[in-house]
Design a protein. Structure first.
Length: 247
């Protein structure tokens, strides 16, 4: 089975559409949306509705911290740009979209895999995987052989052998990575709608469970259009500017 993973779409319609079209050409069998469907971008309703349609066809979707904040209208602890986007998004979401968000689970176990937006040890805390230490905490908290998460907006990969600390690996785009069965793996996905690894192309990944390998991928999209919508909505200009530089 070939499973496509999309994380941190953040209301970016153009990036989502580009990734879905790219994934369709890769002949994927299933889709998993890893949370933060909304926030920052100007098309939250479109994104939620598009994901909901995929869920009707068997896709899995998770709750992200921006989804939760936007549905509730609460942005405590966020920076000024995120707060402004959450307040705007809360007003932009319709009742049907909020209902969809409220049904999303915090994590999903699928065979030997765990899907979670932030990390496995405490999904409700919205902690970040940023180094081997935080990766180890997550890896040791679950029996899953492969954990997949988002939240950080930068692609990362960690593997851990029994009784040894995790090893960090920087994945290269379009290069399949074998997931050796004698190790535990933690795949941190890049962001569809707001990459922060100095590459502005939308990021997603495909896990091939038959070949036992993961491939990180990038899809170019119309950044100018997505940014112009952010400006037109009156959202902070920084949210549009950072799309062009991937930071």
């Amino acid at each position: 089975m070939r499973i496509a993973f999309f994380s941190d779409i953040h209301g970016n319609r153009e990036a989502l559409d580009a990734c879905l079209a790219h994934a369709e050409r890769q002949r994927v069998d299933r889709m998993v949306f890893m949370g933060d469907l909304v926030g920052y971008g100007a098309d939250p309703v479109y994104v939620v509705e598009r994901v909901a349609r995929e869920m009707e066809k068997g896709a899995v979707a998770l709750l992200g911290n921006h989804d939760q904040a936007a549905a509730l209208g609460q942005s405590d602890g966020m920076n000024e740009y995120a707060r402004a986007a959450i307040e705007w998004t809360h007003q932009a979401l319709d009742a049907a979209s909020i209902d969809v968000i409220k049904t999303l689970p915090m994590s999903v176990t699928d065979e030997d895999r765990l899907y979670v937006h932030s990390e496995a040890s405490s999904p409700h805390s919205w902690s970040y995987i940023t180094d081997a230490q935080t990766a180890e905490r997550s890896l040791r908290s679950t029996g899953a052989r492969i954990t997949l998460c988002g939240h950080v907006h930068r692609p990362q990969l960690y593997h851990m052998s029994p009784s040894k600390p995790p090893v960090f690996f920087l994945p290269q785009s379009s290069t399949p990575i074998p997931l050796m069965g004698n190790r535990k793996w933690l795949a941190v996905l890049g962001a569809v709608g707001q990459p922060r690894d100095q590459n502005p192309a939308a990021a997603y990944a495909i896990l091939d469970t038959t070949l036992n390998e993961i491939t990180y991928l990038r899809a170019a999209y119309n950044i100018e259009k997505a940014a112009s919508k952010i400006h037109a909505a009156g959202l902070p200009q920084m949210l549009a500017a950072r799309l062009f530089i991937g930071r």
